[in-house]
Design a protein around this ligand. Structure first.
Ligand code: C5P
Ligand code: MG
Length: 176
C-alpha cells in the first residue's frame, strides 16, 4: 500500500561472496538507509529454532532459494517495523519468483537496483576464506550457489537493466 509507494527502495544484487553485506552496511550508514538483508532474516529464522527454521536450513545448505512467500513476508515485516524512509534490500530478489512476489505484495517497483559484479574465482576465494561459520560456505554448496546465481538471479538483473533501473558496480576495484 501507501507505505511502500512513499518509501525509497534500492535493491542490491550480487553473487555469493561478492561483498553485498559489507557494501550494504556502508551505504546504509552513509546515506541513512535501513539495511534489510534477506539472507540474515532467513538465518534469524534458523536461529529461532522453529520447524520453519529447520526447513530453511536444509534449503540454504543446498544452496537453493527459499520459497518467495516466506522470504517476501520476512522482508515486508522488516520494512514495516522500520521507521526509515529509505530501505536498502540486500540479497533480494534472488529469482524472478522473488521479484514478482515482492512487486505484487508492495504494489511498487524499486527505484534503483545495484548489481555488484564480481568474477567467479574471486567470489570462491572470498567465500572459502571468510570463516563466518556458515553452513553454505563449503565448496560443494558454493558450486550450487554459483549455478543458482547464474541461472536464476542474473535474469532478474537483465529484467531491471531492460527497464533502465540496474546500475552495475565493480566489486573488485571498488574496495573502499
Ligand atoms: O545473501 P546470502 O548469501 O546471505 O544468502 C544465503 C542463502 O540464503 C542463499 O544461498 C539462499 O539459500 C538463501 N536466500 C534465499 N532467498 C533470498 C536470499 C537468500 O533463498 N532472497
Ligand atoms: Mg549477505
Amino acid at each position: 500500500g501507501f507505505l511502500f509507494t512513499r518509501l525509497i527502495k534500492i535493491l542490491h544484487i550480487g553473487g555469493p561472496g561478492s561483498g553485498k553485506g559489507t557494501q550494504c552496511s556502508r551505504i546504509a550508514s552513509d546515506f541513512g538507509f535501513s539495511h534489510v538483508s534477506a539472507g540474515d532474516l532467513l538465518r534469524n529464522e534458523i536461529s529461532a529454532g522453529t520447524d520453519q527454521g529447520e526447513w530453511i536450513l536444509e534449503i540454504i545448505r543446498e544452496g537453493r532459494i527459499v520459497p518467495s512467500e516466506i522470504t517476501v513476508e520476512l522482508v515486508r515485516k522488516a520494512i514495516e517495523s522500520s521507521t526509515a524512509k529509505r530501505v536498502l534490500i540486500d540479497g533480494f530478489p534472488r529469482c524472478e519468483e522473488n521479484r514478482i512476489a515482492f512487486e505484487k505484495i508492495t504494489g511498487t517497483e524499486p527505484d534503483l537496483v545495484l548489481f555488484f559484479d564480481c568474477p567467479e574465482d574471486e567470489m570462491v576465494k572470498r567465500l572459502l576464506s571468510r570463516n563466518q561459520g556458515r553452513v553454505d560456505d563449503n565448496i560443494e554448496t558454493i558450486k550450487k550457489r554459483l549455478k543458482v546465481f547464474e541461472s536464476l538471479n542474473l535474469p532478474v538483473v537483465e529484467y531491471y537493466s531492460s527497464r533502465g533501473k540496474a546500475h552495475k558496480q565493480d566489486s573488485v576495484s571498488r574496495e573502499s
